[in-house]
Design a protein around this ligand. Structure first.
Ligand code: SDX
Length: 431
């Protein structure tokens, strides 16, 4: 926590209170209310945590008004164009850009942990073939705590590091195998001579019957998608991981909780929901109808892939993702894909509509990532698993940071109670 520069004065029920105001290295000051209930006997109220800092962190900084996203101080557009996912993983985990030898050691370590315990194959076979890959990922990642006992002691720094490496390394294998199981094809094992993104694409699309050559433009686009989704401050799934970890739960259980939270269509499920929305729209002449529905207060329909809790300007990841989308579409020659045509027309129509600009609703990272994944041949059910794969390093880095925090306490919010006050039980014959 940074030094207190000044304090804030609160007057509650006629009494005056002074609360510390902490100044960050970037972003808004933070009012420290930890002693408020003890001093004034009142709670604060902030459902959805729109104005609440749940922790201090040095990992990722977002400025929603300026469209800024920094990982350990480095802007996302520079990382996306100059770095690659495993280097960004090192940066998020350890706080600095690695030397060439550190990076080589880290990539070798991750590469050597990509295989799953062979007995875990049985978990996949326990699911129905039509199980959503996210259901499989939640189950299999949670089950890792039953196989990797030598990295579940969170009080042991080395075990925490091994668990971090295992989770980052094995998530592509788990996601790819969830996909292969879903489509009834045999599992493809990772290869140590391939880079992280190429390994994942091969495990998804190779079949034993023939060789599979990874297209370097597609693996670069895949790596960029991983990088752009790596971490994002205290979003819903990261906050879920932190809350689960605050009870001392093992790392695999905490990451499984994060995957479960990410699945929701308002969060990581938005890329799948976005493509399903584009399919429902179906053709460009139906776009006005859906724009009107999105603006209709009485219609629960929302434009999936638009809007963001923090970015009230553009999502800097979406800007980079849009460039990748254009590269992949050009390479694959799918400009005439009707779904992708609808996406481009919808983007133009929404950006030109005052409703969306006034409400600061711009395309977010999920809008364009869904388009790229669709063009690369992934079914929409694999979009959120790929988001989960990418975000694992963010969850793990935030989990590591929290465990190293001497102020760590179990997370236990209070409430504004609006229920019945105490009343006596009524026997059934008297009701
Ligand atoms: C991610 O937190 C993160 O960082 C998340 C994430 C990450 O990397 O971890 O960035 C990933 O989750 C991106 C967001 C993906 N979700 C979607 O694309 C789903 C569609 N978007 C919305 O559900 C919504 O925009 C949220 C959930 C993303 C943000 O919602 P907020 O900040 O709680 O805003 P809100 O629901 O209070 O909406 C504000 C207004 C409302 O209108 P009014 O009641 O003020 O009149 O904007 C409207 C909303 O009705 N609105 C939309 C809209 N999103 C908000 N109207 C139409 N379409 C939309 N998409």
């Amino acid at each position: 926590m940074t030094d207190e520069k000044n304090t804030a004065k609160l007057s509650i029920n006629g009494a005056e209170y002074e609360l510390p105001l902490h100044s960050p290295t970037a972003g808004p000051d933070v009012l420290d209310i930890r002693k408020l209930y003890g001093q004034a006997g009142v709670f604060t109220y902030d459902p959805g945590f729109t104005s609440t800092a749940s922790c201090d962190s040095t990992i990722t900084y977002i400025d929603g008004d300026e469209g800024v996203l920094l990982h350990r101080g480095y802007p996302i557009d520079q990382l996306a164009s100059k770095s690659h996912y495993l280097e960004v993983c090192f940066l998020l985990l350890y706080g600095y850009l690695p030397t060439a030898s550190e990076l080589e050691d880290f990539e070798t370590t991750i590469t050597r942990h990509t295989m799953l315990h062979e007995q875990m194959v049985n978990f996949f076979r326990g699911f129905r073939r039509d199980a959503h890959p996210m259901a499989i990922m939640v189950g299999v990642v949670g089950a890792m705590s039953a196989f990797y006992h030598d990295s579940t002691d969170i009080t042991d720094q080395r075990q925490r590091e091994i668990a971090s490496h295992r989770l980052i390394a094995k998530m592509p294998t788990i996601a790819a195998w969830a996909y292969k199981y879903h489509i009834g094809q045999p599992f493809v094992y990772p290869r140590n001579d391939l880079d992280y993104a190429s390994n994942f694409l091969r495990m998804c699309f190779a079949v034993p019957a023939e060789d599979y050559q990874v297209n370097p433009i597609l693996s670069r686009a895949m790596d960029r998608i991983f990088t752009l989704h790596a971490d994002h401050e205290q979003n819903a799934s990261t906050s879920t991981v932190r809350l689960a970890s605050s009870s001392g739960a093992n790392p695999f259980a905490c990451i499984a909780a994060g995957i479960a939270c990410l699945w929701g269509p308002a969060h990581g499920g938005a890329n799948q929901a976005c493509l399903e929305m584009l399919r429902e729209i179906g053709s460009v002449d139906r776009i006005p109808e859906f724009i009107d529905r999105a603006k209709d207060k009485d219609d629960p329909f929302r434009l999936m892939g638009f809007g963001h809790r923090v970015y009230k300007n553009f999502d800097p990841r979406a800007t980079v993702m849009k460039q990748s989308a254009d590269e992949v579409l050009d390479l694959l020659g799918v400009e005439d894909n009707p779904i992708l045509q609808v996406a481009k027309e919808l983007e133009s129509a929404a950006l030109a509509d005052p409703y969306f600009s006034e409400k600061k609703l711009f395309p977010n990272v999920d809008f364009y990532s869904g388009i790229i994944l669709e063009a690369m041949g992934f079914p929409t059910s694999m979009f959120t698993p790929i988001f989960a794969l990418s975000r694992t390093v963010g969850w793990v880095s935030q989990w590591k940071e929290q465990l190293a925090d001497p102020q760590l306490k179990i997370g236990r919010p209070r409430q504004l109670y609006l229920g019945e006050t105490e009343r006596d039980y009524v026997d059934i014959e008297n009701r």
